[in-house]
Structures are given as structure tokens and as C-alpha cells.
Write a protein that binds this ligand. Structure first.
Ligand code: HMG
Length: 398
């Protein structure tokens, strides 16, 4: 393969849960001023999983969309990135592989590093494609953000899965080989294996995010990465959408004073999905990219920055060049349909779902059908998760 063969995102689809809680409804019960949610953190609603939805069902939804369009013939690797793992040993992607009816000749693995996992998966996928340019790698980022009730993090919950098909001569965006990295041991946000909700030091997490942005950006620049003024905009990891504004202000302070800032309308275009989905952890950055592409015409050959941050912390700054003709490959209507299909829940139903837990003692649980999506968790039996498909996919056979 010629060394300059473009490799990157050939397709990008996201899906979310069947339910949503608006911040107006949350504010009625927390007593917060709604302006704090809408203006202060830039959030309007959050996706809430139904009792029979989890990272596997969301990932299967997103992957089905991609495979219905491209088939599975060239697929040799499926990487599922998550920090909401459902098993300490078995990769959640194996359940997805089974639900999608994929052939056995595929390597499946799970990756974790907080919200950064999907970006590591993207880079590993690009390396695999460089090694075998005829192959596709399916990367799926799937997460559910859950914090304790009445905690500052509660308003930043959310859930979604983003599936990215990585290949040579990508139809959507080619990844630049130069990227900037930053790793630093910090306890800003973490979730020990015995907890279902994350622990977070909110203030420290904001500082750690900005420090990591600075570290990754400076490394990117040192390695000859594109300067800020060459970028149409930057898609940031969005734990809440106002974080993108904070991050962007910080980045501008690091750029030479003569730098013409990318325009703020472009930054706003990256936030449409995350402000009603909430934090989808490792999927969040790719919902920001989908939002930019779905809401912006004329990006042919534009360079876009991508900043990936995962608490703990690992961060990466990379850039992607949007492929001419990308608009023919978008899924704008599907994305908007996935969001508008969610049923709005009231506060009591949200509380009930938040309090619910699955058996940990091997007892059997049958979960009544609640999801409006095609895949559901039907129950737990002898410590085994039982998934089922309510709608047959039309994936082209391998
Ligand atoms: P908080 O204490 O609820 O809120 O915590 P606050 O008092 O800091 O207010 C938030 C903003 O609203 C402030 O804006 C207020 O001024 C404003 P800022 O000063 O920061 O620009 N505000 C108002 N604005 C208009 N009208 C009003 C009003 N009242 C207040 N009436 C916090 C906020 C984000 C800390 C909390 O939600 C939290 O702990 N969230 C979880 C942690 C988090 O999201 N951290 C982000 C960086 S770390 C990260 O991104 C990684 C992560 O995704 C995990 C992973 O990697 O896996 C979290």
C-alpha cells in the first residue's frame, strides 16, 4: 500500500436508549435554577436506558446501521470501547458479534480507559488497516454515564453508542498520522469494580481535562501537527457541552497571538447531539463529530481537530481531513430519528430505573420488554446475560 494511502472513518452511526429525562424535569426536583443546566453546563436532556437496555444493546443498534450499509465481508476485527463493562472477563463485543450474526473469523476485543477508549481503538484500527488495507475494522464506543442521585454529576448523565467503520480510502474522514498524547496519574474520576456509579472530584476533573488538553496539544504541535488556524474547528470530548467552550478558550490561549480563531458557529455545530444525549463517555467525541458533519455543509477537504480525554487520565489530540463528497454518506435523518424516538420519562420513573440493579447471586431474572429498539437484554440466568433481537437485521452475509 502506498504510504500516503488515506485511512480513516468510512462510516459513522450513533444510537441511543429508548428513554430521556429533560433537565427541566430534573430541575423541578433538584431545585436547581434551569439556567444552570441550560446555560451553565449546556445540557437540555439525557438519555436513560430502559430496564432491558445496556451497552451491548446500544452497540448492536449502532453496528447494525453500519453493517446494513457495508456488509461484513471485509470485517476482520471488532473493537468495543467502554467503561461500562458488563463482565470482568468476557468482551462485551462478543455478545454484539453474536447478536449481529457475524462470522466466526473475526477478532473481538474490549478496550477501556475512561472516555478515551474509543480513540485508542480508532488508532489501533488504523494500524490494522495499514497492515491489511483490504480489511475493515469496526470500532464501537458504547457507554452509560451514571452518577449518584443528588450529586453534582447527576445532571451530566447520559448514554449512547457510536459505531465507526475504519478502512482505507474512507468516505467520511481521513486520519492524520500525527497526534499528540498526554498521560498523567490523577484521581479526578474513577469507578472501582464494586460500584455502579462513578466517583468524581468535579473541580479537579475540569482542571485535569484542561491540563491534558494543553499537554496533548503541545505534543501535537511539537511533532509537526497542523496549527490551530488551519483547523475548521475542534470536536472536543463533551462531558457536558459547555466543556467544549471552556476547552476551546483554553486552546486559544495556547496558540500564537496572531492565530485566527476557528469560528464559534462551527464549535456550536459540534454540540447538537450531546446536549440532549448527555455524557456518553467514550462515544461523546464521536457524537460531536457526527453533529458537526450532520449540521455543516461545505466541509470538503476541511481539517478538523479531535480532542479525546479520558479521566485518570489519558488524552490525545489528532486531526482528520473531511473527504470530499462526505455529505452523501451521512446519517443525519437516522440520528435525529434515534433522538426523537425516545420517550420522555418523569422524575419518579427515572428514580426507579436509577435504583434498579441486576442480580449478583446467580438468581434468575426475566426482564419484561421495555426497549423500543431492536435488541434487548431479556434477563439473567445463572450469572449469564441473555440478549435477544426483536427485529431481524438485514446484514449482507459474509
Ligand atoms: P456543579 O457544582 O453542579 O456546578 O458542578 P457549578 O456550580 O460549577 O456550575 C456549573 C456552571 O453553571 C458554572 O459555570 C456556573 O457558573 C454555572 P462556569 O463558572 O464553570 O463557567 N451556573 C449558572 N449559569 C447560569 N445561570 C445560573 C447558574 N448557576 C450556575 N443560574 C460539574 C459542575 C461539571 C463539576 C459537575 O456536573 C460534575 O461533577 N460532573 C461530572 C464530572 C465532569 O463532567 N467533569 C468534566 C471533566 S472530566 C471528563 O470529561 C471525563 C468524564 O467524561 C469521565 C471519563 O473520562 O470517563 C467525566
Amino acid at each position: 500500500m502506498p504510504p500516503d494511502t488515506p485511512i480513516g472513518i468510512h462510516d459513522l452511526a450513533f444510537r441511543t436508549t429508548s428513554l430521556a429525562l429533560t433537565h427541566s424535569e430534573l430541575a423541578r426536583h433538584t431545585g436547581a435554577n434551569i439556567a444552570k443546566y441550560h446555560q451553565g453546563i449546556g445540557q437540555y436532556a439525557m438519555s436513560i436506558p430502559a430496564a432491558d437496555e445496556d451497552i451491548v444493546t446500544m452497540a448492536a443498534e449502532a453496528c447494525t446501521a453500519v453493517l446494513e450499509r457495508h456488509g461484513s465481508e471485509r470485517l476482520r476485527t471488532l473493537i468495543l470501547a467502554t467503561e461500562t463493562g458488563v463482565d470482568q472477563a468476557k468482551a462485551a463485543g462478543v455478545y454484539v458479534h453474536s447478536l449481529l450474526g457475524l462470522p466466526p473469523q473475526i477478532r473481538v476485543v474490549e478496550l477501556k480507559q475512561a472516555c478515551y477508549g474509543a480513540t485508542a481503538a480508532l488508532q489501533f484500527a488504523a494500524a490494522l488497516v495499514r497492515q491489511a488495507p483490504d480489511e475493515h475494522v469496526l470500532v464501537v464506543a458504547s457507554d452509560i454515564a451514571r452518577y449518584d442521585l443528588n450529586s453534582p454529576g447527576e445532571a451530566t448523565q447520559g448514554a449512547a453508542a457510536a459505531a465507526l467503520l475504519i478502512g482505507a480510502h474512507p468516505a467520511v474522514a481521513a486520519l492524520d498520522r500525527i497526534s499528540g498524547l498526554h498521560t498523567h496519574d490523577v484521581m479526578d474520576f474513577w469507578r472501582p469494580t464494586y460500584r455502579t456509579t462513578a466517583l468524581v472530584d468535579g473541580r479537579k476533573s475540569l482542571d485535569a481535562y484542561l491540563e491534558a488538553l494543553e499537554g496533548a496539544w503541545l505534543d501535537h504541535q511539537k511533532r509537526g501537527g497542523l496549527p490551530l488556524q488551519s483547523l475548521h474547528t475542534v470536536c472536543y470530548h463533551q462531558p457536558f457541552t459547555r466543556m467544549a467552550n471552556k476547552a476551546h478558550r483554553h486552546l486559544l490561549r495556547l496558540a500564537p497571538t496572531s492565530t485566527r480563531a476557528p469560528d464559534s458557529t462551527a464549535l456550536a455545530a459540534t454540540t447538537h447531539y450531546n446536549r440532549t444525549v448527555g455524557n456518553s463517555y467514550t462515544a461523546s467525541l464521536y457524537l460531536a463529530l457526527a453533529s458537526l458533519l450532520d449540521h455543516t455543509a461545505g466541509l470538503d477537504d476541511a481539517d478538523v481537530g479531535l480532542f479525546s480525554y479520558g479521566s485518570g487520565c489519558v488524552a490525545e489530540f489528532l486531526t482528520a481531513r473531511i473527504t470530499p463528497g462526505y455529505q452523501q454518506h451521512l446519517r443525519t435523518e437516522e440520528h435525529s430519528a434515534a433522538l426523537s424516538a425516545r420517550r420522555r420519562v418523569g422524575y419518579d420513573e427515572y428514580r426507579q430505573l436509577h435504583d434498579q440493579s441486576l442480580p449478583t447471586d446467580g438468581s434468575t431474572l426475566h426482564i419484561p420488554g421495555a426497549s423500543r429498539n431492536a435488541y434487548r437484554l431479556a434477563g439473567i440466568d445463572a450469572h449469564r446475560r441473555i440478549y435477544c433481537r426483536t427485529v431481524q437485521p438485514t446484514i449482507a452475509p459474509a
